[in-house]
Design a protein around this ligand. Structure first.
Ligand SMILES: [Zn+2]
Ligand SMILES: [Zn+2]
Length: 131
């Protein structure tokens, strides 16, 4: 069972959904078949709450600069936004995330922790696709 889990996670991490959601906010990835949605995020300073420019590294959201240009703090937090308005457009970044896992910040970790029926269900479809 452990080997199957590892295979699944490695395979999932390999798809960057590069060809997905080119013209829409949700849909299926042509490379891996997962249903994806675009989720938009803002990075804010933990101390002064100002919006900071964001970047995406390995599928996670980080501030572009190390320190806040307004107060010099290093700490930041990530805010999920439903819609990008004109003011936020310069700051917001989006991730293409699997729709049924959009509530989880780290879906991979969740799979490792879960046991029993729910875990088996999550794994069933991807494995069938690989055979
Ligand atoms: Zn994909
Ligand atoms: Zn600040």
């Amino acid at each position: 069972m452990k080997n199957i889990l590892i295979t699944f996670i490695e395979k999932k991490n390999k798809c960057a959904h590069k060809n997905a959601l080119l013209y829409s906010d949700s849909g299926y990835c042509p490379d891996c078949g997962q249903y994806l949605v675009k989720n938009y995020y803002l990075v804010r300073c933990s101390r002064c709450d100002i919006k900071r420019e964001a970047k995406i590294v390995w599928g996670e959201v980080f501030p572009r600069d190390k320190y806040c240009s307004n107060c010099g703090a290093k700490e930041f937090y990530i805010e999920k936004i439903d819609k990008v308005n004109f003011v936020d457009a310069n700051y917001a970044v989006y991730l293409k995330e699997i729709a049924n896992e959009m509530q989880e910040l780290h879906p991979e970790v969740q799979i490792w922790v879960e046991t029993g029926d729910k875990c088996a269900k999550q794994l069933k479809n991807p494995i069938q696709n690989t055979i």
